[in-house]
Write a protein that binds this ligand. Structure first.
Ligand code: GDP
Length: 297
């Protein structure tokens, strides 16, 4: 069993490669839920959705969110009445968000809901949310504290930040299924996801760091030079007091990671790091990266 810690873009690209090398039942994915949000009657779990749709073979891999070929009829109608509706949700995607909200309201845990949706979609990989409890990532700005989705989707990241905070304090316990996925893993792979908004929330759930002790952990950097491949990781790393490059990522994962992987083009020197092509422009490149990673296990 190989267990991944994942957000909703960089690691899912690596998972696409993993599926070329491993059978789905050999893969576990512990997914960040720090960006979850109740929205228009649904419960959006953006990273869980992306990973789930990927394994179901229905993910829109142009955007890395939503369902390929989805329509936006409902969103269009809602926008006429609520011009402030800032998250575009496809019709099929929305159905899963309503199902999730409904099952949560009926008393199922997020782990159980995720399992239900996976079963419905015929998924044999083990996809588990990091926690069954809410732990929301917020950013502090001059306009006040806002949900990460507000910052990134509504404001497109164009707003200065002074801090990343979480609500509630303290962080919740990890989902039992997440701890079990680490316990059963031969190797844990921290994919090239946003270290601040995707990986740190998972590592913060109580029990996760302890469970990782003694495990072989391999991490892939989401940075090439001082730029992340995509997204706001640079600004967020700086706000957290880390250097916005691979050395900052390695520092953040200090004490956890046995092997750090950087892109061959990355000018930043991280002692002991292995170098491969990590720019996963195609599933084939992702497959090659995955084979290279597994050669170290
Ligand atoms: P989010 O939940 O949508 O923010 O997605 P993730 O946290 O999973 O991934 C975002 C991170 O993925 C960003 O920091 C990117 O730099 C990184 N990323 C995206 N594509 C690639 C890629 O092909 N290679 C590498 N090394 N990193 C990538």
């Amino acid at each position: 069993m190989i267990t991944f810690l994942s957000g909703g873009t960089g690691t899912p690209k690596l998972l696409q490669g993993a599926r070329k090398v491993l059978d789905d039942p050999e893969i576990s994915v512990i997914v960040n839920t720090g960006e979850d949000i109740r929205y228009q009657g649904g419960h959006i779990s953006p990273d869980v959705d992306t990973v789930t749709y990927l394994f179901a073979g229905i993910l829109n891999t142009t955007t890395w969110w939503g369902i390929a070929g989805d329509t936006f009829t409902t969103h269009g109608i809602i926008r006429e009445y609520l011009p402030d509706a800032f998250i575009s949700i496809g019709d099929l995607d929305r159905a899963f968000q309503i199902i999730r909200a409904d099952l949560l309201e009926k008393g199922l845990t997020l782990t159980e809901v995720t399992r239900e949706i996976c079963r419905h979609l015929g998924i044999s990989a083990n996809i588990v949310p990091m926690s069954n409890d809410r732990w929301t990532t917020l950013v502090r700005t001059a306009a006040g504290d806002m949900h990460f989705q507000e910052y990134w989707v509504r404001h497109r990241g164009n707003i200065p930040l002074t801090a990343v905070i979480h609500d509630p304090i303290p962080c919740p316990p990890a989902a039992p299924g997440a701890l079990d996925a680490i316990r059963r893993a031969e190797t844990v792979i921290i994919g090239p996801s946003n270290p601040v908004t995707s990986i740190l929330p998972i590592l913060s759930c109580s029990g996760i760091r302890e469970e990782l002790q003694g495990k072989k952990v391999i991490a892939v950097s989401p940075f090439i030079g001082d730029q992340p491949v995509s997204g706001p990781a640079g600004q967020l790393m700086e706000v957290m007091g880390y250097q916005a490059d691979s050395s900052g990522v390695m520092k953040m994962y200090e004490g956890i990671v046995d092997l750090f992987i950087q892109d061959t083009r990355d000018p930043v020197h991280v002692p002991g790091a292995a170098r491969y092509d990590t720019l996963m422009k195609t599933p084939e490149i992702a497959g090659n990266l995955m084979r290279a990673i597994l050669s170290h296990t």
